[in-house]
Ligand binder design. Sequence first.
Ligand SMILES: Cc1ncc(COP(=O)(O)O)c(C=O)c1O
Length: 447
Amino acid sequence: MAYAHDIDAKHAPNDLEAFWVPFTANRAFKKRPRLVTGAKDMHYTAANGHKVLDAAAGLWCINPGHNRAPIVEAIRKQAGEMDFAPSFQFSHPRAFTLASRIAELAPGDLDHVFFCNSGSEAVDTALKIALAYHNVSGNAGRTRLIGRERGYHGVGFGGISVGGMVANRKQFGTALAGTDHLPATYNREKQAFTKGEPEWGAERADALENLVALHDASTIAAVIVEPMSGSTGVLPPPKGYLKRLREICDKYGILLIFDEVITGYGRLGYAFAAERYGVVPDMITFAKGVTAGAVPMGGVIARKGIYDAFMKGPEHVIELFHGYTYSAHPLAVAAGLATLDLYKQEDLFNRTKKLEPLWYDTAMSLKSLPGVLDIRCVGLTCGIDLAPRKDFPGKRGYESLEYAFHDLGMMIRTAGDTLAVSPPLIVSEAQIGEIFEKLGKVIKSIQ
Ligand SMILES: Cc1ncc(COP(=O)(O)O)c(C=O)c1O
């Protein structure tokens, strides 16, 4: 049995064995666990009582900061009023209000919102809507789903099938049949140390033409990409890439889905990255920032034409056989409404945009440190590639995560030997300095 040694008695769990911790090196973690017991604004409290600067927004989700009073109060109030409302054949008024508020934030005619509980469910929902849309539109042969190398779309079978991270795929059989992938947009030689979107790479979208030539457009339902790939270490899109993808999708009647689970709700200085890049996709998936992570929620925003395509036939018949017990859960809806209010009241998306130059410059100050291969940043995100240790890829990243937490009191994310930071959007200028100063210490100490 493993016990947590370096945490105070009040918070020490008896036994760390039972919890199989997700996406975590369990044996290493249980030898020296990283446990947090409280949170407020920009900080966690670690189980030993130390303050921890949250440079990861939890897991890319606490955009307005932790435990903000209006969100906490809204959840409390809702819990006292109504615990649960079924979403199949029934609903509750605030669910409609939240859907309208989200649709208002989304560009163009992205007018209809389907609720679920996570990013993975949002992705599988969007892929299913794409297939069903073609089915009800008389194009049932359009079944192929295209993702991208180095893409992350959660962990459902749909998501890993269109995803492009080998570790998330290789243990899980053949996943969905009939998927294919665009090439990743990243090329270190052409773009290392670019601030924001790289100049090079729009032509990578043309690979969709090759996939059309290979499979024929009549078999392709949809293309799904993250506007900025977060989980593979922050890959901003090349300038013009997303527009080009939109044009090719339009040319062949292929639906375009933006997975905005990370980029949604202000991370890139706009409600959605679709707005930043001036491209209206056919669907947007979201999660994380919609409720500031306080209650699980995800969803899909679909264009009017997609929703309308289903609204035919006898009116008593269900149009889309899909949904989750907890779709539009009252606690999540209450948290979502309070979170959207906070974004607006504090103008957090514009604040993010204004902080970008300082964020970029401070990030690039680490450029000449030993073993730094690339630094990428867009919005309030940054990925730093470190040279891997010979024969131990990922170990330097793991030790950096541990060192940052235990020795420097900072939470970061890592993907292999890439360090990733994405603080809450309320981060102060001084805290931006602190984040990169501490990252500098990490890079120098963990060689
Ligand atoms: C782009 C993207 N899609 C989907 C997901 C999956 O979300 P969840 O972990 O809520 O299922 C993530 C999670 O980080 C993500 O970044």
